[in-house]
Design a protein around this ligand. Structure first.
Ligand SMILES: CCCCCCCC/C=C\CCCCCCCC(=O)N[C@@H](CO)[C@H](O)/C=C/CCCCCCCCCCCCC
Ligand SMILES: [Ca+2]
Ligand SMILES: [Zn+2]
Length: 460
């Protein structure tokens, strides 16, 4: 028996005339291969070894010709070439689950396989020839659950397999006991087990929104479609309400109270949208983003004017902009249109605030650049969430639920843009109150949360 492995011989038949060996070489590290195994080995366990690849004639030698079961699960294999199994002429069960397989090159042609477990890998595409195994008259089952097969690929794959090879399709959530009964009825059946879609059905029904973010729907709660994307809105709701009350109490201009309330309204709309994924709620999230940003633009544009003066031209222009964007967006339900319009407003705020802290109040630079960097970091995460959603979803499958929640990057976007926007209102308020000769000061509640404190005495 190979050093470190555990070999167990079992005898069968009259006078124990027939023996088969089980070889357990799991948990020994990647240098375990190539491993020599006794002749007449029936089962070889190479799981949990950190093996990165299997190449060439590693799986050959006297013991391999009789092997009927090979376990390669829990390794780090990324590319799998089916031809490495070509010497295993009696291989019936092959476990390749929990690896990092992205591509399957060549199939297992000619092998008498009955069961191949390819679940929990990173397969996004599959060559149909993989399934051309030896027709031995017994059922053949392939488990492809928890991979990255896109629904388009998945559907094409299913219909093709069904037509060409008569595969029966099962889902990994179905109980294993349902398999034999489906098989029993006809001629040799082939089985393909696919992952259930990551999204589930829930209380608010099928999503009607034009956007459905990366977070898996109805996984945490039956009543909340995207749980983490929903609760993360609290940061956009509670602190701004407090800010609005404080602005009111300090007798500051109404536009700053409207800024805080606008941010809170976005938070409430966004809560409703992510909870339901319904189109009407999406509008409740996205349109207030435009309106509240217009209020921010007005505040920053008008920050060097007389107290309580109202300038109707910018108000009219911003109203015209808001109404046009709303009307166009209601007709042309293109999310990119909304995003570009919103980005225009944010760009104005960025340039104007950088201009003010560069040329007028340089001591406010720290607050300005903190707000800007927090907001932009949120934007970076928002993009990553959209671009590598498949990988994030696959990663979450491998992590415990609460740790997985940290990878909900759209929720981080809420937290960071919520904080960035809040800091922006504080900056805007501080610019304004400094200009009006109040004595503004940013204070930290419990040493963490920033608030603007206005002293009652005005400077002379
Ligand atoms: C100096 C710092 C500027 C800070 C500007 C703050 C402006 C804040 C205005 C309103 C608050 C909104 C807070 C964001 C809420 C997000 C809610 C949400 O997730 N909504 C989505 C639906 O769930 C919605 O579909 C998402 C839209 C995302 C649009 C992304 C566009 C980002 C554009 C950023 C461009 C930066 C440009 C910088 C140029 C120098
Ligand atoms: Ca989703
Ligand atoms: Zn959102």
């Amino acid at each position: 028996c190979h050093l470190g492995c555990r070999c167990e011989e079992q005898s069968f038949g009259l006078f124990n005339s027939f023996s088969l060996t089980r070889v357990d070489c799991s948990g020994l590290g990647p240098n375990i291969i190539p491993v020599s195994i006794p002749v007449e080995t029936s089962l070889l366990d190479l799981s949990s070894n950190g093996i990165r690849s299997i190449e060439g004639a590693v799986l050959s030698g006297p013991g391999y010709t009789t092997l009927s079961s090979l376990n390669l699960s829990n390794n780090l294999i990324s590319v799998m070439n089916g031809s490495v199994f070509s010497k295993l002429r009696y291989l019936e069960t092959l476990d390749l689950s929990w690896n990092a397989i992205k591509v399957l090159v060549e199939g297992f042609s000619g092998l008498p396989l009955a069961e191949v477990d390819l679940s929990h890998n990173l397969i996004h595409e599959i060559d149909l020839n993989v399934f051309r195994v030896q027709d031995h008259g017994r059922p053949f089952s392939v488990d492809l659950s928890y991979n990255l097969l896109k629904s388009v690929t998945r559907n094409a794959l299913l219909s093709h397999l069904f037509k060409e090879y008569g595969f029966l399709i099962g889902y990994s959530s179905e109980s294993v006991s349902t398999r034999p009964s489906s098989i029993a009825s006809g001629s040799p059946a082939r089985f393909l087990i696919m992952a259930p879609a990551a999204d589930r059905q829930g209380y608010w029904g099928t999503p009607t929104s034009t956007l459905d973010w990366c977070e898996e729907n109805y996984v945490v709660s039956f009543y909340i479609a995207e749980f983490w994307n929903t609760v993360s809105n609290l940061i956009m709701i509670i602190p701004p309400i407090y800010g609005a009350l404080q602005t009111f109490k300090s007798g500051l201009e109404v536009r700053y109270m409207l800024s805080f309330l606008g941010l809170a309204a976005v938070g409430v709309g966004s809560w409703c949208f992510h909870m339901t994924l319904q189109y009407e709620m999406q509008l409740l999230d996205e349109l207030p983003m435009i309106y509240s940003c217009c209020v921010f633009v007005y505040c920053l544009y008008e920050c060097f004017r007389q107290e309580n003066a109202v300038n109707y031209l910018p108000i009219a222009l911003l109203l015209f902009f808001s109404i046009t964007v709303s009307v166009v967006y209601l007709q042309w339900k293109e999310p990119v249109f909304h995003q570009v319009m919103y980005a225009f407003l944010v760009a104005f705020l960025v340039f104007r605030s950088v201009f003010i802290v560069t040329w007028v109040y340089p001591w406010l630079r720290a607050l300005c650049y903190t707000s800007l960097s927090v907001f932009l970091l949120g934007f970076v995460l928002w993009n990553i969430d959209n671009i590598v959603c498949d990988t994030l979803r696959a990663t979450r499958q491998r992590l415990p639920p609460v740790v997985g929640a940290v990878t909900q990057l759209h929720a981080w976007w809420h937290i960071l843009t919520g904080l960035g926007s809040y800091l922006h209102i504080l900056l805007s308020l501080q610019i304004r109150t400094t200009y009006l000769k109040y004595r503004p000061k940013v204070k930290f509640v419990c040493g963490i949360w920033p608030l603007l404190h206005i002293e009652s005495e005005k400077m002379s």
